[in-house]
Design a protein around this ligand. Structure first.
Ligand code: PLP
Length: 284
């Protein structure tokens, strides 16, 4: 268990990375991978992502990731789906990639948004743990379960890997309130279904609005969607903020002038869309 799945990403870095070793991950991948790797002095081997005109624009490119693996690689981070692109990897390509990686390299499959994905071909990764002892799957109660503030996540791995992670884990990392809430959340299938349905409808609502306005966006299977307007990302961010809507510019992810909006309720999404429509210069 981790104080959020973020905590587990840190355990991984502290156990398996050190100066002289490197971590492989994709460009535009979740920002915590470079942070935890740099914090322990490891090198970052960053793979090029898919091009804008690919089927899955800006998604992880497993071939490029494979090419970044060298004799000093100790950890590979894969976000499936990825934040902030909302792109995902299918079962066949992902398993072929895992099979091809030497088993002394840890593969972290970060599934923070797993519950939102209904795409055919999306992997059921937990059974892979028995086949691939170098695989760690991380998940969280922060997203679909809505418990981000309580900080609770977990990983599933080979027992010997879990044992190593537990050696660096603070003994009091998760609190009893968060554990009680997580257990209750697992029993609350109604809430889970409602959150998924609301997110599906919201993704469609926002993507349709982008299409109507000819705004470029990255098709997403997460609970967020990233887009780019004719204005600079900072200007859109500031204008939204003044109108009381907080979205996030993601230039720091190498996605210059893109912004990410988290899917809200129907009314919240509509409010965002209205403000965007009224913003001068948004559409080229
Ligand atoms: C891809 C991904 N992994 C992990 C996390 C960490 O979430 P938490 O520490 O709340 O479980 C996030 C949070 O934004 C994320 O986007």
């Amino acid at each position: 268990m981790g104080n959020g799945s973020n905590d587990i990403l840190e355990f991984v870095a502290r156990v398996f990375l050190a100066p002289g070793f490197n971590a492989v991950f994709s460009r535009h991948a979740f920002a915590v991978y470079p942070l935890v790797s740099m914090a322990v002095g490891a090198k970052l081997n960053i793979a090029d992502a898919n091009a804008l005109d690919a089927d899955m624009p800006f998604g992880h490119n497993l071939q490029q990731m494979r090419e970044q693996v060298d004799k000093d690689t100790k950890v590979i981070f894969i976000a499936n789906p990825n934040n902030p692109t909302g792109t995902w990897l299918d079962e066949n390509s992902l398993e072929s990639f895992i099979v091809d990686i030497p088993d002394n390299i840890i593969i972290v499959l970060d599934e923070a948004y797993v519950e939102y994905v209904s795409e055919p071909g999306y992997p059921d990764s937990i059974p892979w743990i028995t086949k691939y002892p170098n695989l760690i799957v991380t998940r969280t109660f922060s997203k679909v379960y809505g418990l981000a503030g309580l900080r609770i996540g977990y990983s599933v791995s080979h027992p010997e890997v879990a044992d190593l992670l537990n050696r660096v884990r603070q003994p009091f990392n998760t609190n009893s309130l968060a554990q009680a809430a997580a257990l209750a959340a697992l029993d609350d299938q109604g809430h889970l279904q409602k959150s998924i349905e609301s997110n599906d409808a919201g993704l469609l609502q926002v993507a349709n609005a982008f299409q109507d306005m000819s705004i470029e966006y990255i098709p997403s299977v997460g609970n967020f969607i990233s887009f780019k307007t004719a204005l600079s990302g900072e200007v859109v961010y500031e204008n939204m903020l003044k109108a009381g809507v907080i979205i996030r510019p993601i230039s720091n992810y190498g996605l210059v002038d893109y912004l990410r909006i988290t899917i809200g309720s129907k009314d919240q999404n509509a409010r965002f869309i209205d403000i965007l429509k009224q913003m001068p210069g948004v559409v080229a």
